[in-house]
Design a protein around this ligand. Structure first.
Ligand code: ZN
Ligand code: ZN
Length: 241
């Protein structure tokens, strides 16, 4: 810890990102919030990161949803299940201007995603339409991607993917409707597309619900010649339609 950090932590002691209580270490959760956060561990779906019940003998396994509807990406991981304190953190990062949540959250995502990374993985956020970014002042997925890249020591590309078309919310829409909405909504940035050719790409988002947006982003990257595309999300919401 540098001198400035030491001085700052004396004036502003580190606080729990869940409840604001003073905690011992930087960027952490207090014991109560830690216990209320559903970190994903044990056996998980290799495609979407959802925790799977029971023990699996060997090799990667997929959940029923991913088996029935195979994902276009190679592997996927989630740090948290969307609920309890985890849900609160996601919502505060997204709508509450609590940008300081991104650092520890990205650390949890990096832990969960370790086995999907190589030295040349390029990290890219799921894009927001610019009017939404303007309203919230930042793209929470880009914040997570930036912190992830700093912690992992990997390159990132904040504007690899663009969202020129403003789309309506996908919530409550059928699979067909979602696909319809997302067609052409996500584009590769022509100035950046050379960076992904033959290269592993890790797409970062805050929450995965149906995975429709991540699927559209993956398809765009694959169409532009990316190598393996994987996804890493802060929280996996289990709410399939
Ligand atoms: Zn707390
Ligand atoms: Zn799955």
């Amino acid at each position: 810890m540098g001198l400035l950090q030491t001085a700052l932590s004396t004036i502003y002691p580190p606080r729990c990102i869940g409840c604001g209580d003073i905690v011992d270490s930087d960027f952490g959760l207090c014991g109560t919030c830690w216990a209320g956060t559903a970190f994903v561990g044990g056996t998980t779906c290799d495609s979407c990161g959802v925790p799977l019940p029971g023990q699996v003998e060997e090799g990667p396994v997929d959940c029923d949803t991913c088996l029935n509807e195979p994902r276009p990406w190679a592997h996927g991981r989630a740090a948290l299940a969307y609920g309890g304190v985890g849900r609160k953190l996601v919502l505060q990062l997204k709508h509450g201007d609590r940008q300081e949540i991104a650092r520890p959250a990205a650390g949890w995502m990096q832990m969960a995603s370790r086995d999907m990374l190589n030295d040349y993985t390029l990290i890219a956020p799921v894009p927001l339409h610019w009017t939404r970014t303007a309203k919230r002042r930042y793209n929470q997925s880009a914040l997570l991607a930036q912190n992830f890249s700093e912690l992992a020591g990997l390159e990132w590309c904040p504007d690899l993917l663009l969202r020129p078309k403003r789309t309506v919310s996908l919530e409550g829409k059928s699979k067909e409707e979602r696909l319809d909405i997302l067609v052409n909504a996500i584009r590769i940035n022509p100035k950046r597309k050379h960076r992904i050719v033959g290269r592993s790409v890790l797409l970062v988002d805050d929450v995965m619900t149906t995975g429709a947006t991540l699927a559209a982003c993956t398809q765009v990257c694959c169409a532009e010649g990316a190598g393996q595309v994987c996804i890493s999300v802060l929280a996996r919401a289990v709410k399939e339609t």
